[in-house]
Write a protein that binds this ligand. Sequence first.
Ligand SMILES: [Zn+2]
Ligand SMILES: [Zn+2]
Length: 190
Amino acid sequence: MSCQRGNVKRTRPQKYKNKTAFKNDLHDTSSKIKQVNNIEIVNVCVKCKTILEWKIKYKKYKLLKAPKKCTKCEQKTVKNAYHMMCIPCAEMQKVCPKCGKVEEIVKKNEFDQGKMDTQLQKLIRDLPERKRRTFFRYISQNEKTSGKEARNTEDTKEEMMEKFKSLNLEPEEEEYTSGDESDNMSEHSY
Ligand SMILES: [Zn+2]
Ligand SMILES: [Zn+2]
């Protein structure tokens, strides 16, 4: 099969073709290019997503050195390059934070699900041992009650994130084993 993108109807081959696909990190192995390549373009409209992904691919994407002023709340809250307003403002106005137009916004979960997993994994890794155990206990309980893969994995992930947040905020509490059972023994009457 051909790997033509976009124009699916064309049958003749492209006249001029690069032998290899353009690779933005072919001659540039800096950490900056890696950082830029790792950016996941979300929370913008489809058009802006395409534009920003193009910028990344062809090395036109410049990271912000410092947060920019949001055009709505006028705070220095814009952390994404090329955005005109911060995400909370855009969400409130129901517009794209980049172009400011009322468009359907591409949300994170629709696309790269794998990233969510790695994010979660990283969070789990950073947990203190005891909380990690609690978290895994929660997951295995969850799997038992939900019955294999019947459930929407997206929901489960969200639940995990929720659980995760609650674990992180929880004040440290002592975990102790109760001695209740041995107490029963002393009730023996003579
Ligand atoms: Zn704002
Ligand atoms: Zn847009």
